[in-house]
Design a protein. Structure first.
Length: 416
């Protein structure tokens, strides 16, 4: 519908110039198609910015989901019991009975359980791979005494060899399991030669090299020996410090933690303290927050680069099309019409960049998730907001060039 204004001093009604939505769309599309290569390169900045935005948020959500599932799995399947007998009675003996492993493993929901403690070596004792020569200097390395059940509860991944079993433990064999990093430090590359390490002056045959553990990561930096062997060589731990690691089926940790003290010491359950697994919520939130802040900063930088590219290209287009602007003004176009035209062009470029960037970002998240065997997670709000961000970026980038175009005097523009 056309609008009219009334002329001064009784002049007949004069039709007012109108720039409808269809005209705006047609002019913006025509302006972009006149220079398709430039338009594509201009949109590239927004594509990268929006694509990075979607990919970052999608990958962050996906990795956070993996962190959640891993933390939650460990939280629901791990129980630690600590010997606090000396805190209750200074004359009390060790709280864990000799059959502690079998007692706890007999509870419903328990997969593996075992006692472990840090061995207090005599002063000056080191761990070395040879009793003589350069390798006899040794290093200060933690030695952990553990039952076979404790090793299994840590869920180790073996690089070479095997873990010590009930037979080696019951017969107090001088064997040891070490982490792969520790093996490199000690110069042990293969177990085919049955290498030995010396803890102080006592030799231990290395029967297994562990590359990773799901629990008790400090075991990778320690030498693990059977608890019975440690008692035979260095004696029973003199004071508190003995713990039990229990791995359970999913959801059974709470029930096992309630039953464990009574099952182990029905006479003095207060001698044992159940240590609940740490709540991963705070750590998970911190990790997710740090990832979001870092990656969103990178996405913002890409969007700024894209906005600068659109602004620069739009401003160049204004300078190149000064004659066209003057002709439009001479034919009745007002300043606001010129402003809307160039804003429409920059906004369309931004919206197209946002759509393409959203598609590329989503594809990137799916590809990474498939390669890593994860479940891709992309929030609907992210996909919906990304094209809008591209549109807003284009509009903001086109504000100054559009304003400048509207200020071009028609007479001066026609003379160029």
């Amino acid at each position: 519908m056309k609008r009219f204004r009334t002329g001064r001093r009784g002049d007949p009604a004069i039709p007012s110039s109108v720039f409808g939505a269809r005209d705006i769309l047609a002019e913006s599309v025509a302006g972009m198609l006149q220079r398709p290569a430039r338009s594509a390169l201009t949109t590239l900045g927004t594509v990268l910015g929006v694509g990075t935005f979607v990919a970052i948020l999608g990958l962050t959500a996906t990795t956070s989901s993996q962190i959640d599932s891993r933390f939650n799995l460990l939280s629901a399947t791990e129980v630690t019991v600590e010997d606090v007998a000396r805190e209750q009675d200074e004359f009390a003996d060790a709280a864990f009975p000799d059959d502690a492993d079998a007692t706890i493993e007999g509870l419903n929901g328990v997969e593996h359980a075992g006692v472990f403690w840090s061995v207090r070596l005599p002063p000056g004792s080191t761990v070395k791979s040879s009793p003589v020569g350069d390798a006899a200097v040794g290093e200060k390395i933690d030695v952990v005494a553990a039952s076979p059940g404790a090793l299994r509860a840590a869920v180790p991944t073996l690089a070479q060899g095997r873990l010590f079993d009930a037979y080696l433990s019951e017969t107090s064999q001088p064997v040891a399991v070490i982490g792969s990093g520790m093996a490199s430090r000690l110069g042990i590359t293969t177990l085919q030669t049955e290498p030995a390490i010396f803890i102080g002056d006592t030799p231990f045959t290395v029967i297994g090299i562990v590359s990773d553990v799901q629990r008790k990561a400090d075991l990778l930096l320690s030498v693990v020996v059977p608890g019975t062997t440690a008692e035979k060589v260095w004696g029973h731990p003199a004071d508190a410090g003995t713990k039990m690691l229990i791995s359970t089926e999913a959801g059974a940790a709470r029930q096992v933690s309630e039953l464990a003290p009574t099952a182990l010491r029905p006479d003095h359950p207060e001698y044992l303290k159940v240590i609940p697994p740490p709540d991963p919520k705070a750590l998970r939130t911190s990790v997710t927050s740090d990832l979001n802040q870092l990656f969103l900063l990178l996405a913002a930088i890409c969007l700024v680069i894209g906005a600068v590219g659109i602004a620069n290209t739009t401003l160049v287009a204004v300078l190149e099309r000064t004659g066209e602007i003057g002709l439009r003004r001479a034919l009745g176009a007002r300043g606001r019409h010129i402003t809307v035209q160039f804003l429409a062009e920059s906004g369309t470029l931004g919206a197209l960049g946002g759509l393409v960037g959203t598609s590329l970002g989503t594809i990137t998240v799916v590809i990474v998730a498939v390669v890593r065997e994860w479940t891709p997670v992309i929030h609907t709000a992210t996909v919906a907001a990304a094209p809008v961000i591209g549109l807003v970026t284009g509009l903001v980038a086109g504000l100054y060039p559009a304003w400048r175009a509207s200020r071009v005097p028609p007479a001066e523009a026609l003379r160029r």
